[in-house]
Write a protein that binds this ligand. Structure first.
Ligand SMILES: [Zn+2]
Ligand SMILES: [Zn+2]
Length: 721
């Protein structure tokens, strides 16, 4: 930028040139040129005026330089409404809803644009209460709503209120706006009233429907698991000559994906191949999502490879697809690396998918690496979704402290943040803390979701707080207008059976609107085993096996239950039944991460390179354990006659091997973390208590249900599991 170019011009000419250059740098998001223009402006080559200042704010906001935008705004002596709205939009654009809210309250006379901008932010963050409060505030400012306002409020509604705003739309005449009708379709579908969504759709004259209307309705069918209806609406669209775009095709795919209708989806895939749409990245993402959610990861990968120019979204979908399938978790992390090699910068979504792969892989070291990489990336690191994923990751990798630290430091939280931290505390057996956090959530403006209640109820179950649990279960409908789902009922069955309240469970099962299902019956069976209720347990096992004859853990639990009551004949029967039906017990295995490598152990393992040292260590420590009072509980070994053999088998359970390996491979005093794919067995639970005291170590075991943190001879679960 040459100063001479300005000096040689008359001042009005210079201003015109300056404005053109500034507009150009905004359009091209050219920060370098923008900054030199700003410098010129400060040197007073251009007389100060609000118009130019506002455009400088806009420039920095388009270049995603939020603090520079704010600084520029603060330098404006008399900001006008355009100045305010520009900075407000910048906050909203960067998902800084909290800052946007605070800033909004500073605007002396907010206008329609200000309201609509903030409403949009609330809609995006699903902050229903805030959106409705803001909407009613408009009246005090004498601000009339428009179609945009109503669409935004409708998009923020999660559970109810559609009817009320539908009426407002009709009385204000805004119903005629296609964007309002479209928002109503989505809203009705989201809160679960498909017929009302359909009615709104049919009330829009065919000629007025735009592609979005059709798409909203197709998405609605998808959400309500009506794949064939979505497909026939799509066919109608084609017949009527409506332009089909990528979004339509992706919506139809979603309809198949939500119901995991693989054959239907594949049929649609062949239509896509014929119409040459399948090489489009957006459609490709839909296909990858379909295949990976239907456990056809290799087919998903094939789609990925055939897309012409993969974009970031396609990469992210593929990483997410891998991360959903246990055998492909490592692949997810490799793809995260390849994405960077292919020249993309991972965005928040890439991080969320990769971090969730780490959670499922239980690899704390790789999770930590991703955390520091995310901190260094230039997208705003406080993005709520990344932090939420990190909280879950740290929690699933056994590091509750780090999860909590992250949660406490989050500048902004949403319902998912609360759900993640409440689930973390519940899984770690700190039910009381989980419930405290839930109360905090109710006081904050974050509305509980149906997932919140699953964590809350399981927190009550893990800590045996039956009364609390009952109260929360009832408050779901009463205070929060949720109909408890099958999963919530399963949680209640779990809570009551663990506490041995079998008469109440029986009553609940008789009155609930669904069959308890696999999870419910399994919970009841588990409770019966703990309390030795053979009769009810056998009934639960029978129901469970009717629904899922290949459920190995049902046979095993039943066999264990007979074994512990000394009924060896029935035990043998249930094992025979299992064998006759060709059901194989999911092999139990435990693993531990040492030196960035994951070491897996099966029971009686002989394959690990240091297995000899492991067995030697166990021999040694077992003498000390017995001296301290440990008695092997052979009922867990399922060996009938030979006590000695039973003891040996017990001593070689995979979780003991992994713990022993952890102890001999790490420095004295270091805490260790072991994962197990099944529930920890009672004898191992007891043994590891002794080991933690003798070795002076903190030993955490994550089994299929929860965390057990052993310290100085005690477990955090208080033996209630
Ligand atoms: Zn064991
Ligand atoms: Zn425990």
């Amino acid at each position: 930028m040459s100063l001479a170019a300005f000096e040689s011009r008359s001042s009005s000419n210079a201003l015109l040139l300056f404005r053109d250059l500034l507009k150009g740098s905004i359009a091209n998001r050219n920060l370098a040129i923008g900054r030199s223009l700003h410098a010129l402006y400060l040197k007073s080559f251009i007389p100060p005026n609000t118009y130019v200042s506002n455009h400088l704010v806009l420039l920095y906001s388009r270049c995603r330089q939020l603090s520079l935008a704010r600084q520029m705004f603060d330098e404006i002596p008399h900001p006008n409404i355009f100045s305010y709205n520009t900075l407000l939009a910048a906050y909203v654009h960067e998902s800084q809803t909290h800052l946007a809210t605070v800033f909004f309250s500073r605007i002396p006379n907010p206008d329609l644009v200000s309201f609509n901008t903030l409403l949009c932010a609330y809609a995006a963050a699903s902050r229903t209460t805030d959106a409705i409060a803001l909407f009613s505030q408009m009246r005090h400012f004498d601000c009339d709503m428009d179609g945009f306002t109503l669409s935004a409020v409708l998009s923020s509604l999660l559970h109810s209120g559609a009817q009320q705003f539908h009426t407002i739309a009709i009385t204000t005449g805004l119903y005629a706006y296609i964007s309002v009708s479209n928002a109503l379709i989505c809203c009705y579908s989201r809160i679960g009233v498909l017929v009302d969504a359909e009615q709104v759709f049919h009330e829009i004259p065919v000629i007025d429907r735009d592609a979005v209307s059709w798409n909203c309705m197709i998405v609605a069918y998808g959400q309500h698991r009506k794949g064939p209806k979505a497909l026939s609406l799509f066919q109608e669209m084609i017949r009527r000559g409506v332009d089909v775009d990528m979004y339509t095709l992706a919506s139809v795919l979603t309809a198949f994906t939500t119901v995991k209708d693989l054959p239907g989806g594949m049929q649609f895939h062949s239509f896509l191949i014929k119409s040459a749409f399948e090489k489009n990245p957006h459609v490709g993402s839909g296909l990858i999502d379909l295949y990976s959610k239907c456990c056809r990861v290799l087919q998903a990968k094939q789609v990925f490879e055939e897309v012409d120019e993969p974009d970031l979204i396609l990469w992210n979908t593929m990483i997410s697809g891998f991360s959903l399938n246990d055998e492909y978790l490592e692949e997810a992390l490799l793809f995260f690396q390849s994405l960077q090699r292919a020249g993309f910068r991972p965005d928040d979504c890439s991080f969320v998918c990769a971090i969730s792969a780490c959670s499922n892989l239980s690899s704390p070291s790789q999770g930590q690496q991703l955390h520091s990489l995310a901190m260094k990336s230039d997208f705003p690191t406080n993005l709520v979704s990344v932090n939420n994923a990190l909280i879950s990751m740290y929690s699933k990798c056994g590091n509750l402290k780090e999860a909590d630290k992250l949660f406490v430091r989050m500048p902004e939280r949403n319902s998912v943040s609360y759900n993640s931290i409440i689930a973390a505390y519940a899984q770690h057996g700190l039910g009381c803390d989980a419930l405290e956090l839930f109360k905090e959530m109710l006081d904050s403006k974050n509305e509980p979701t149906s997932i919140t209640f699953i964590s809350v109820l399981s927190a009550c179950a893990h800590t045996g707080q039956v009364d609390e649990g009952r109260r929360y279960f009832n408050s779901m409908k009463k205070d929060h207008n949720f109909d408890p789902s099958e999963e919530h009922y399963s949680c209640m069955i779990n809570l009551l059976s663990r506490a041995g309240k079998f008469a109440e469970v029986d009553q609940l099962i008789k009155t609930m609107p669904f069959d308890p299902g696999v999870i419910g019956w399994a919970a009841l069976l588990g409770g019966c085993r703990t309390h030795g209720n053979l009769e009810l347990g056998a009934r639960a096992a029978e129901k469970l096996l009717e629904l899922d004859p290949s459920n190995a853990s049902a046979y095993v639990m039943l066999a264990n239950m007979y074994a512990s009551s000394g009924n060896w004949e029935e035990m043998a029967n249930s094992r025979r039944l299992m064998r006759d039906r060709g059901v194989r017990k999911k092999p139990g295995c435990s693993w531990i991460e040492i030196g960035k490598r994951i070491h897996v152990f099966a029971a009686d393992d002989v394959s690990h390179s240091r297995i000899k040292d492991v067995y030697e260590f166990l021999e040694e420590i077992s003498d000390k354990m017995k001296l301290a009072g440990y008695v092997p509980d052979v009922k867990w070994s399922l060996v009938r006659d030979d006590v000695r053999e039973g003891e040996v088998r017990l001593a070689h359970h995979s979780e003991k091997l992994a713990v022993a390996f952890g102890l001999i491979s790490t420095a004295n005093g270091a805490p260790i973390l072991v994962m197990k794919n099944l529930r920890i067995c009672g004898d191992c639970h007891n043994a590891i208590k002794y080991i933690s005291r003798i070795a002076g170590r903190e030993i955490t075991v994550r089994d299929a249900h929860r965390f057990h943190c052993f310290r100085d001879g005690h477990c955090s679960c208080g033996d209630y599991w």
